[in-house]
Design a protein around this ligand. Structure first.
Ligand code: MRU
Length: 326
């Protein structure tokens, strides 16, 4: 198991978050001392990835309790920080259900959510890896679903890590994941640290790759899985699923039970976050498009359940036609 990357650290009286906006160039940390600090870190993408957002939000409630601040206000501020990843709401609801909203009870629950996430990822790693060929597997992943996006090990990247440890993987391809470059900056960083063979491709190269080389599985995470199995994940996931279907690659979604939203009947009901146009028109202050360019920047899309061959959670593997087990 590799759990060397830990982006969320409780430090006695405050929360430290590895600033994912700065990777891979610099390893710097953001200090959060209130729920508002955590909400700003989530909205600003210092911490990102559905499970990591949920874990951080839980710590955010504990931070405000330590300062004697109003619970409802802290919960509201955190809930509004990002809309699509249901793990945020799931973690806040779990904290709300505690009989005691004192600081030590809230902190203990946040730490439990954090530890359980790593345990769930290790379990999903085993379940997902077992679906891959015993040797020579060639897989494609999108966005970052690794230790940086979770309590450790990762979801889709956790499956790839476990499969690598089992000797199943011959080659990983990881997309850039425009516009925020989670794949190029974060997934590449995580895989290269462990010597897992990966090649970076432009997002637009994925269908061409599948037409030229056999890809056994496309493996992705999720931000919200509706009751019928429709899955919201990073923008571009839907296009990968269509290409995979056309080229005979299997398509796997890996997510803990906190990513499942049984109250949401299907993908049409999943709120899709739209972010600022600057993410498309600029990179580190340099113009990528003419001044005044109009944009549309949805940062998630919905892959219909019909395009998914396996949904892996810590509770088991759901195959097409089965009830979704999350
Ligand atoms: O906008 P991000 O970087 O938070 O989006 C992350 C993703 O879409 C991940 O694939 C998803 O959260 C699963 S992370 C284990």
């Amino acid at each position: 198991m590799s759990d060397a990357v830990r982006p969320i650290v409780w430090s006695g009286d405050h929360l430290r978050l590895l600033d994912q906006r700065e990777l891979p160039a610099r390893e710097t940390w953001v200090e959060c001392r209130s729920a508002a600090d955590v909400a700003a870190a989530i909205h600003g993408m210092a911490v990102r990835g559905a499970p990591a957002i949920g874990i951080s939000a839980a710590y955010g409630l504990a931070l405000d309790a330590l300062m004697g601040r109003d619970y409802d206000h802290a919960e509201r501020v955190l809930a509004e920080s990002r809309p699509t990843a249901v793990n945020l709401r799931w973690a806040l609801d779990r904290m709300r259900r505690l009989p005691d909203h004192g600081a030590s009870a809230l902190l203990a629950e946040a730490q439990a959510i954090h530890v359980e996430d790593l345990q769930q990822n290790l379990l999903m790693g085993e379940l997902g890896a077992a679906l891959l060929p015993l040797k020579g597997a060639r897989v494609l992943t999108h966005c970052n679903t690794g230790a940086l996006a979770t309590g450790g090990h990762g979801t889709a990247l956790g499956v790839i890590r476990t499969a690598w440890q089992q000797g199943r993987i011959a080659q990983v391809y990881n997309t850039e994941t425009r516009p925020w470059l989670q794949g190029a900056r974060l997934t590449a960083w995580e895989l290269m640290r462990e010597g897992i063979p990966t090649k970076l491709i432009a997002d637009g190269a994925a269908a061409h790759l599948m037409s030229r080389e056999k890809i056994d599985w496309v493996i992705v995470g999720a931000d919200r899985i509706a009751a019928n199995g429709d899955t919201a994940n990073k923008i571009g996931t839907y296009a990968l699923a269509i290409a995979a279907k056309h080229h005979g690659a299997k398509f796997m979604v890996v997510a803990p039970s906190g990513t499942f939203d049984p109250s949401c009947p299907d993908g049409a009901h999943i709120p899709i976050e739209e972010r600022t146009s600057i993410e498309l028109t600029e990179y580190q202050g340099r113009a990528l498009a003419p001044a005044g360019m109009q944009t549309w920047n949805p940062v998630f899309d919905v892959t219909p359940a019909a395009l998914i061959d396996a949904i892996v959670s810590e509770r088991g593997v759901s195959l097409p036609g089965e009830a979704v087990r999350g």
